[in-house]
Design a protein around this ligand. Structure first.
Ligand code: SAM
Length: 275
């Protein structure tokens, strides 16, 4: 594995404030978090008792999406932004169990991701972890480890999974993603999950939990989430609640929306193709 600041460097962690990556890790039952992060996770659980299941379901959708992209779409390069801690089955494992040569670059703003990625991926030359910020997309594109690992003359899957909710629309997150997508060739993909607002009280509770614990975590209407895909066509089944979304088997029997538990209506997923 390659890392962006060389082997042996130990980033300092601020344990006075919760971070998104560490709170999410705590919700997933991971151990790479501090007391302040567990307090943040407790706030989520206070508002949404099944918040941990939402996180697990999001990871499961991530795996389904990655495996669709490798198996069905033939993608073998992934730029996974806001990748989080490798608590559960991760993008590189999902991709490389189908194609061992698939290349994965993880990008996260939280230095703890790099610290843990270094240890866990030490023997995997096809996987790289970079500390960088989605809000500075050109810096991601110019990063030497990104350029070394990915071939921008061939299709790449850009993953922005479980991260839009942490940015308010006023920050224009779609423009950062557009800068990245503009550099990818036709045949590339954009994979997104986001918190949704279809009027369910528990969706609003999830937003409240995020605002109280992290200061962010906004919900959006499905119409607004569709705009994240920058006008590119979505692959079947389009944008849907995680429980109903399976791009490898979109015609399989899916539960009616009315059959979903309230916690299963908190996130939606979709994959678009650049044509
Ligand atoms: N993508 C993973 C998933 O869906 O399971 C992790 C999602 S986690 C909820 C969001 C991640 O985005 C965290 O690891 C956090 O550190 C990262 N993140 C937040 N702001 C970011 C930024 N500006 N640039 C890059 N990563 C960021």
């Amino acid at each position: 594995m390659a890392t962006s600041d060389g082997p042996g460097a130990t980033p300092a962690f601020d344990t006075s404030q919760p971070t998104i990556a560490r709170v999410y890790d705590a919700l997933l039952g991971g151990k790479d978090n501090f007391a302040v992060d567990r307090e943040g996770a407790a706030t989520y659980l206070k508002y949404v008792p099944d918040a941990g299941r939402c996180a697990i379901d999001n990871r499961a959708a991530l795996v389904r999406g990655v495996q669709y992209l490798v198996r069905d779409a033939g993608v073998d390069q992934f730029l996974d932004i806001g990748s989080g801690l490798p608590t559960q089955k991760n993008t590189h494992q999902a991709a490389q169990e189908i194609n061992p040569n698939a290349k994965v670059v993880y990008v996260d703003v939280d230095p703890i991701v790099l610290a843990h990625g270094r240890a866990l991926l030490a023997t995997n030359d096809n996987t790289t972890v970079v500390t960088a910020d989605l809000r500075q997309p050109q810096e991601i594109l110019d990063h030497p480890d990104v350029k070394r690992q990915l071939d921008f003359s061939r299709p790449i899957a850009l993953m922005v999974v479980g991260i839009h909710m942490h940015f308010h629309d006023d920050e224009k997150p779609d423009e950062w993603v557009r800068t990245l997508m503009d550099q990818l060739v036709p045949g590339s993909y954009l994979f997104i999950t986001d918190f949704v607002d279809t009027g369910e009280p528990l969706q609003k509770a999830m937003e409240q939990a995020g605002l109280e614990s992290l200061g962010n975590g906004w919900i959006r209407t499905p119409e607004r989430i569709e705009q994240h895909f920058l006008g590119m066509p979505l692959v079947p089944p389009g944008l849907d609640f995680l429980e109903r979304w399976n791009p490898s088997a979109p015609d399989d029997e899916v539960p009616d929306v009315d059959e979903l538990q309230p916690y299963q209506k908190i996130l939606m997923a979709g994959i678009a193709k650049k044509v």
